[in-house]
Design a protein around this ligand. Structure first.
Ligand SMILES: NC(=O)c1ccc[n+]([C@@H]2O[C@H](COP(=O)([O-])OP(=O)(O)OC[C@H]3O[C@@H](n4cnc5c(N)ncnc54)[C@H](OP(=O)(O)O)[C@@H]3O)[C@@H](O)[C@H]2O)c1
Length: 407
């Protein structure tokens, strides 16, 4: 899911919630520990999932002691098998590219649609077409492909819509299914792409992510041979680029309040992918929650707007929308949803818009009771200014938001 930090355009498509799927026991109660020995190679078939090679038992032999195997970090990248789920997303594609560039043996899981396009965008990895929302389907597809051994998982899965049911299905259940499938193949490390906003949870997708984060921690406590890295990035570039073309066309830059209600340290998809790849291999990043932003100072919407006008050589023109407008809209939708429960997601989308209009994507300093630019680490070299320049030149191609236009 992409989170737009700019005000929502008027039209969105709404999803309809049903029941939530959650409250499972921790993994160590469900799964056998990793095998003492596992094969170090998978099928050499690249970019295809249709060939069934070397199927293997799904669960390794049970053992009660931690794995004595040396860490996969000590091996050469080509012999390290990394599963990437959410591989077709904005960040996932870059993560696959980065891990392939570093020489790892990458297995990308993708939905079985637009095969040619998917195979092309995930070049260099072995593509497993499957359904991560269905644990048996995922397990069977990996087995059919001959994936008997995994070392690490990177999850860039996210609900594309952010609706209530979809968040629990994808951000929680599907991510959990990926952990189960990977643990059954000996994986000892899980890198989760989460979001900085979960530190102040008010939205359903944040609660779904937090629940999975907590299960990762439980799993690591129960099995010392298992580790995790939880990556909580600030804003992505795509979430800030939505107004570039509008402003270029002479319209005003729209912001809530005085444009200083929130701030972020935006990070590019390339830099974030590099940081995530580091989380696979750096032992100083294990069993940690890692907030991460891009280079430079934190920027408010006002500062982003001023930057944009400067780059365009135009006189700044702002449209300041009172934040109360969003409260009014959410209140109205809330009333309607009492009569039409199917509108519950519409209310949630309103809440998401309100959240990103007013909350900073920076580390929350609990002692001071405020967001802290200083406490938000920076990584990478791509700047928002360079991104704006590129969008001014080339448009937003490749930076499309999800099915919802609000995030
Ligand atoms: N946008 C921001 O500013 C921001 C900031 C911080 C953190 N984040 C977090 O970053 C994460 C990833 O964001 P992103 O923009 O890379 O996400 P994205 O582009 O929306 O990609 C989501 C991925 O999940 C997959 N997926 C979604 N629903 C699925 C389903 N039902 N079944 C199977 N696969 C499904 C998608 O597959 P398909 O391609 O097949 O749909 C895609 O690979 C999210 O957790 C978000 O909260 C975002």
């Amino acid at each position: 899911m992409a989170l737009s930090l700019t005000p929502p355009p008027p039209s969105t498509t709404f999803y309809f919630p049903t029941t939530l799927r959650h409250l499972h026991p921790p993994f160590h109660l469900l799964l056998s520990p990793p095998p003492l020995r596992h094969p170090r190679s998978i099928s050499t078939v690249r970019s295809s999932s249709t060939t069934t090679t070397n199927p293997s038992p799904l669960l390794p032999s049970p053992t009660t002691s931690p794995s004595p195997l040396p860490s996969f970090r000590d091996r050469d990248p080509p012999s390290v098998n990394i599963l990437v789920v959410g591989s077709t997303g904005y960040i996932g594609k870059f993560v696959v590219r980065e891990l392939v560039r570093r020489g790892f043996n990458v297995i990308s899981v993708a939905r079985d649609r637009n095969r040619d396009q998917t195979l092309s965008s995930l070049r260099g990895s072995t593509v497993c077409f499957s359904d991560v929302t269905d644990p048996s389907a995922l397990d069977a597809s990996l087995s059919r492909l001959g994936v008997t051994s995994l070392d690490a998982v990177v999850s860039c899965l996210a609900s594309r819509g952010g609706g209530i049911k979809d968040s629990w299905t994808v951000d929680y259940s599907a991510t959990r299914n990926s952990l189960a499938a990977a643990r059954a193949r000996g994986a000892s490390h899980f890198v989760l792409l989460s979001a900085i906003c979960v530190q102040k949870p008010q939205l359903e997708f944040q609660r779904a992510k937090l629940k999975f984060e907590a299960e990762l921690e439980t799993e690591a406590m129960a099995d010392p041979a298992f580790t995790y890295s939880i990556v909580r990035p600030t804003a992505f570039f795509k979430s800030l680029g939505g107004q570039v073309e509008i402003v270029k066309d002479g319209k005003p830059y729209v912001m809530f309040g005085d444009g200083r209600l929130c701030a972020c340290k935006p990070i590019s998809e390339r830099d974030l992918a590099s940081f995530i790849a580091n989380c696979v291999v750096d032992s100083d990043k294990v069993n940690r929650i890692l907030p991460i932003g891009g280079p430079g100072k934190a920027l408010t919407p006002l500062e982003q707007g001023e930057m944009l006008f400067r780059l365009l050589g135009k006189e700044p023109k702002f449209l300041k929308v009172p934040i109360e407008v969003m409260d009014f809209v959410i209140g109205g939708l809330g009333l309607l949803s009492k009569v039409f429960p199917a509108m519950e997601d519409a209310v949630e989308f309103g809440r998401i818009g309100r959240y990103y209009a007013a909350e900073s994507m920076l580390v929350w300093d609990a002692e001071k009771g405020e967001y802290s630019e200083e406490k938000t680490p920076s990584y990478g070299s791509d700047t928002l200014e360079e991104f704006f320049e590129r969008v001014i030149r080339e448009g937003m191609a490749g930076q499309e938001l999800g099915e919802q236009t609000i995030f």
